[in-house]
Design a protein around this ligand. Structure first.
Ligand SMILES: Nc1nc2c(c(=O)[nH]1)N[C@H]1C(S)=C(S)[C@@H](COP(=O)(O)O)O[C@H]1N2
Ligand SMILES: [Mo]
Length: 406
């Protein structure tokens, strides 16, 4: 059960393409010398990702999907984006893994083993949409620093675990509790053990929702290492940065959690709209909570060519943070007119919803299909880039695909 020195062992991924027996002069290898092919980790193999995924960064590992890769109702690991702020824990032993619950507002500090959590509390399974707050960042102008996510930093997997609220009830929380903060076992890029790469959290009300879980399984199996094995906080509908991976601690706070990446411009946007490029005081920034309404056309792949007179089936997913998607529309005339198409109810709260429809084109030529979702509060996706903010969060502009009718 022990996954030792994961990153060092990663070179093993390359061994499957270059074997020792492939090395012609292997008898001449200097003592202790490791051939380059064995040193370069192949992130796609290492993380069991599809080779069509897009690698954005290797220190730390960050990878995103393309729209057509996200066509499954439930996102499989191979198409799930990776967003790491630090180094993946290198020595994970599930038999000694512990979750410590502490903080100013805890009644009884407690530590649970994985076995305790699994045996003591009821298990629940939910499909939960996790979208990075910075998904769509690459479109902002002036550009925002950080991973240049296109549209693929979103997933909806099926997570199984215990309810955080059941665990919080077991430890007991004081009346002055307002927030929880998470702690993970990942390592700061500086390798300074005093520093956490990220330690975010959520208000108590979000922590106590039925769907906020401490997950030990994803899509019916152990959580993949890069997605938080062996324990992960999962809170759908909010920026995925609140869903702490490699979870080993939760602090119950009597103030807004002040962990790493809770302040400054991290996961915060100007409370009031600002002009592009404007400098914003920390005091005027607000923490992102529920994510905005958004959708993605996952079929066909952009660039589809179809015969004149034929209709084109399209499909995709739509989500709306804490809310539901109430209407789905598409346009083939750059947003001048819209047609409504079918969107299903979510399988559970905070799961993305699937839409599908048939599109007809009046004649030969180039078209774009734009998709637009509306949430239950009547908010519609903007056709183009929404409000600029310093770190490029919350871009929920309509997704567009190109189609040629021949
Ligand atoms: N411990 C820990 N939890 C974390 C992160 C991290 O770097 N370390 N990244 C967060 C961010 S910013 C995002 S978008 C999601 C990404 O989840 P995924 O890599 O499983 O898709 O995990 C969140 N949880
Ligand atoms: Mo993120």
């Amino acid at each position: 059960m022990k996954r030792r020195n994961f990153v060092k062992k990663a070179g093993v991924g390359a061994v499957s393409t270059v074997l020792l027996s492939d090395i012609v002069y292997r008898n001449l290898l200097p003592e202790g010398y490791s051939p380059l092919a064995f040193q370069e980790p192949d992130p796609f193999k290492m993380f069991h990702k599809d080779p069509e995924m897009v690698l954005l960064n290797d220190k730390p590992w960050n990878m995103e999907a393309k729209a057509h890769l996200l066509n499954d109702d439930v996102t499989p690991n191979k198409f799930m984006f990776i967003r790491n702020n630090g180094i993946i824990p290198e020595d994970i032993d599930v038999s000694t893994w512990q979750l410590k619950i502490d903080g100013e507002s805890v009644l009884n500090e407690k530590t649970y083993s994985l076995a305790d959590l699994k045996s003591k509390f009821k298990h629940y399974t939910y499909q939960l949409t996790l979208e990075c707050g910075g998904n769509g960042r690459s479109e902002f102008d002036p550009p925002a620093k950080g991973n240049q996510w296109s549209i693929g930093a979103v997933s909806c997997a099926e997570w199984t675990g215990v309810r955080l609220k059941d665990v919080l009830e077991d430890v007991g929380i004081k009346d002055d509790a307002v927030y929880i903060g998470y702690h993970g076992a990942d390592i700061h890029l500086s390798r300074n053990p005093q520093k956490e790469p990220i330690s975010r959290g959520m208000p108590i009300a979000k922590a106590l929702q039925d769907e906020t879980i401490l997950a030990f399984a994803m899509n019916g199996e152990d959580i993949p290492l890069t997605h938080g094995y062996p324990l992960r906080l999962v809170a759908g509908g909010w920026p995925a940065s609140v869903s702490g991976k490699w979870l080993n601690g939760i602090s119950i706070r009597n103030k807004i959690h002040d962990g790493e990446k809770m302040g400054g411009s991290s996961y915060r946007v100007p409370c009031e709209t600002v002009a592009p490029g404007e400098k914003v005081d920390d005091a005027d920034m607000c923490i992102i909570e529920s994510m905005p309404v958004k959708s993605l056309i996952t079929y066909p792949k952009s660039g589809a060519i179809i015969d004149e007179g034929k209709s084109l089936k399209i499909r995709g997913h739509a989500w709306a943070g804490e809310l539901e998607v109430s209407e789905m529309e598409y346009s083939i005339d750059f947003g001048s007119s819209w047609k409504t198409i079918n969107v299903q109810k979510p399988v559970n709260r905070l799961a993305w919803q699937h839409f599908s429809g048939e599109v007809n084109f009046p004649k030969k030529g180039y078209y774009e299909i734009w998709a637009r979702a509306t949430d239950t509060n009547g908010n519609k996706q903007p056709m183009v880039l929404p409000g600029w903010n310093p770190k490029g969060y919350l871009n929920n502009a309509c997704h567009r695909i190109a189609v040629k009718v021949v």
